[in-house]
Design a protein around this ligand. Structure first.
Ligand code: GAL
Length: 416
């Protein structure tokens, strides 16, 4: 009898908590503000809505999330953390190290996350063995997005070497097109540099320079060559590149104004949002030289420690939704990314999505999958920002290639 009363009481508490949670909902801090990103975010909002979870939007524009992370710090310092935050790699680890993140172990155990989330992602989702964030996707950053009609008009085949890549851009420029659509913002410069460095030095160099932070690699001949290639690319951007948002650069390719954009596969979200189809109006291929490797980042939702029980319940519901196989398909087919679970069929994905999934699996199996430096998955934010500064200063002509490589060594040393 007593057991029954206790049971009834806990059922009542649970029901109350659930009702409260629905009223409370989640406040989500994120940087998904472009057309494609917003479309993907709506998939998540809609999913939570069907479960009665309200959504308070806290968007902080700025690709790559640096500005969002500044706002987050201010919110937490003021004692008012958002319930859920879009976050990347090492930032998750930093916040978990500060004890700011909620523990998702029970949910993870119940839903068997350990068995389906790839090890490379778990390294960021877990801190001290505890689940602290729910991965939404895997993006890869070493892609070229190309306008099919311009390629056809100029007889350009998919380039398979740096030389062919440069020749294609020369042809586009000669025909009056913008050869390389780019936005001059530090994180975009770094996104290009990521792939170019991989293309020059391959996996061993990438590991040594960006992950092990080996001064010899940071300041060596391959780093100099990577900066020289950046100078070549700088010659192919248009006069108005400075400060341009990445999605506007994607639009230049979509509109037939520009031949190529080097960007992570969130760019695909923009093409899709403009009604275009992979392999038809636009093409995707790996940055020449980086074929066989994948530099990745994974957007995750970290749940911040909150005291309100209803908010805590909403966090669990949100994390559970994010990890469901149905959501992973619905969201990632719109976002341009691929699922953060290994047990999902590629059937619903377009040509670039299928390619991305296959290449991710291959790279993971062959040891050529690396966390992206530009997107917070190779080294901690302080080091990443130090690298951003040098890469951008060089791109804007402040340093020559040799000086830039030397500056990488100094900047990284000071940041550690
Ligand atoms: C990345 C993020 C992507 C995409 C991109 C541009 O850091 O992982 O989801 O949003 O920034 O905003």
């Amino acid at each position: 009898m007593k057991v029954l009363t206790t049971l009834k009481a806990s059922v009542a508490v649970l029901a109350l908590t659930a009702a409260g949670a629905h009223a409370q909902g989640v406040e989500v801090l994120h940087w998904w503000t472009s057309g494609g990103e917003a479309a993907a975010l709506n998939v998540l909002k809609g999913d939570l809505e069907t479960q009665g979870i309200g959504w308070t939007d806290m968007p902080v524009a700025g690709g790559g999330g640096s500005d969002a992370m500044t706002v987050l710090r201010a919110r937490v310092t003021a004692g008012d953390p958002p319930t859920a935050v879009q976050m990347l790699g090492f930032s998750i680890q930093d916040w978990a190290g500060e004890g700011a993140l909620a523990n998702l172990n029970d949910l993870a155990a119940e839903q068997g996350w350990d068995a389906v989330v790839p090890a490379a992602l778990q390294g960021f989702s877990k801190h001290d063995g505890n689940w602290v964030s729910a991965p939404v996707n895997v993006h890869s950053t070493n892609w070229v997005w190309a306008n099919t009609a311009i390629m056809a008009e100029l007889g350009i085949e998919q380039p398979t070497s740096w030389e062919e890549f440069v020749a294609a851009m020369e042809a586009a420029e000669a025909a009056g097109y913008v050869a390389l659509a780019h936005g001059g913002q530090a994180w975009q410069d770094a996104t290009i540099f990521d792939s170019i460095a991989m293309g020059v030095g391959g996996p061993e160099f990438y590991q040594a320079a960006f992950i092990d932070l080996d001064p010899e690699a940071l300041g060596g001949a391959q780093m100099v060559e990577a900066f020289q290639r950046m100078e070549t690319l700088r010659g192919f951007v248009d006069d108005n590149f400075s400060g341009r948002d990445w999605n506007l650069a994607s639009a230049m390719v979509a509109n037939g104004e520009a031949l190529f954009q080097i960007m992570g596969d969130w760019a695909k979200g923009e093409f899709i949002n403009a009604g275009q189809t992979a392999g038809v109006e636009f093409q995707c291929f790996r940055v020449p030289g980086s074929e066989g490797t994948v530099t990745f980042n994974s957007d995750q939702f970290a749940m911040f420690n909150v005291t309100d029980e209803a908010a805590m319940a909403s966090q669990q519901t949100m994390a559970s939704s994010v990890m469901s196989p149905e959501f992973q398909v619905a969201f990632n087919t719109v976002k341009g990314s691929v699922p953060a679970r290994t047990d999902i069929s590629d059937e619903a994905f377009d040509a670039c999505g299928k390619l991305g999934m296959a290449q991710l699996a291959e790279a993971s199996a062959s040891g050529t999958l690396f966390g992206s430096m530009a997107h917070g998955h190779a080294n901690p934010p302080a080091v990443q920002n130090a690298m951003y500064d040098v890469i951008t200063a060089h791109f804007n002509g402040e340093f020559d290639a040799e000086t830039a490589a030397a500056e990488m060594v100094t900047a990284v040393e000071l940041a550690q």
